[in-house]
Design a protein around this ligand. Structure first.
Ligand SMILES: Nc1nc2c(c(=O)[nH]1)N[C@H]1C(S)=C(S)[C@@H](COP(=O)(O)O)O[C@H]1N2
Ligand SMILES: [Mo]
Length: 331
């Protein structure tokens, strides 16, 4: 049980009931509280260094330190999904189509050495080593909802920085109107790539203004650690107002182009998966409603579904990007 004892939301644990997630949430609250000026004596009274270290390591992967994000929309009071759920209920077809396949199979992915080719219509194309990308901008924690097109959602504390930080470095040319994201496709290490479910590699794309939006995250970690392989290590995209499939995992290439990229899901089923794929409760998938969603971790079969929000709840931040567009046609 967590007991709220402070107006700023500072939370005291009951020592016997500390779970990894409780630890994690405490640390967040603590950092927030300290940033608000509450640091000092109270820290020593309950939060040992060990406790903090444990907080940062829910899955025992290397920690990835992050600062609190100042980006509008980068935090939420919603309950964070358990690390266990977020790392075992995944879509990553390169490792199989079952939700449990990626957690079971992704251990074969080789994430080091890793580099990302940034190319196309830019003044400064470059091949970035992962190490250099990691320190290209300060790592921030962003707590985003992620809504899968299949009708479920999670709330995940990602670590990364705005993709715009990288885009500015490479200086796109005037005719660069879209960004294409190509992800790893290696038959030797990714068993799903031998199947024909998709036309590999998995490709996604954004319009330039979407790619430049501060909420669009280049993510290297989650829950204070580096990304687990099943969640798209060593780096992935997270675009919180779009259906989850727009958030490509294990990126190897970022290409600036003039024309709308051909994306993997759009090629596979163009009537079901449009280029935009903004979360929209008013536009049903041809085979199911998109009006509601199931929050992973919320009860079993009888848990009440939640209403899906326009742009996944990020309408005030991103709605303007689509002013004047017919979102029923450009779904
Ligand atoms: N390379 C690649 N990226 C991918 C996918 C995939 O199959 N391959 N699945 C997408 C889908 S459908 C979703 S919902 C999210 C899931 O991310 P998560 O497992 O971290 O929650 O990843 C997206 N990125
Ligand atoms: Mo998805």
């Amino acid at each position: 049980m967590l007991v709220r004892t402070h107006r700023d939301g500072f939370i005291h644990p009951v020592a016997s009931e500390i779970t990894p997630r409780a630890h994690y949430q405490q640390r967040r609250e603590l950092l927030r509280w300290m940033a608000a000026g509450g640091a000092g004596a109270a820290l020593a009274s309950w939060a040992s260094r060990e406790a903090l270290a444990q907080v940062a390591r829910p899955g025992k992967l290397p920690p990835l330190a992050a600062q609190r994000s100042a980006v509008d929309g980068a935090s939420t009071m919603e309950k964070i999904t358990d690390y266990q759920d977020a790392s075992t209920y995944n879509n990553f077809y390169e490792f199989g189509t079952d939700k449990s396949d990626p957690a079971r199979n992704a251990h074969t992915l080789v994430t080091s050495p890793w580099s990302v080719e940034v190319e196309g219509l830019v003044k400064r194309p470059a091949r970035y080593a992962l190490e250099d990308l990691l320190k290209l901008a300060p790592q921030e924690e962003r707590i985003y909802r992620l809504r899968c097109v299949e009708g479920w959602s999670m709330v995940i504390p990602w670590v990364g920085y705005s993709l715009s930080s990288l885009i500015r470095k490479v200086e796109p040319l005037g005719n660069a109107r879209y960004v294409e994201f190509v992800t790893q496709a290696d038959r030797k290490t990714m068993p799903g790539v031998s199947s024909r479910v998709l036309d590999w590699p998995y490709v996604e794309g954004l319009r330039m203004d979407e790619a430049m939006h501060p909420l669009t995250l280049l993510s290297f970690g989650m829950y204070g650690e580096v990304l687990p392989k099943q969640n798209g290590a060593p780096l992935r995209l997270v675009v919180p107002w779009k259906y989850g499939f727009k958030s490509g995992k294990s990126l190897v290439r970022i290409r600036f182009v003039e024309n709308e990229p051909k994306t993997a899901w759009n090629k596979a089923a163009p009537s079901e998966y449009g280029f935009y794929s903004n979360v929209n409760p008013d536009v049903d998938h041809p085979r199911w409603s998109q009006a509601t969603e199931r929050r992973i971790g919320e009860g079993g079969l009888f848990a009440k579904k939640r209403k899906t929000l326009m742009f996944n709840g990020y309408e005030s931040q991103v709605g303007q990007l689509y002013a004047g567009m017919d979102l029923k046609k450009l779904f």
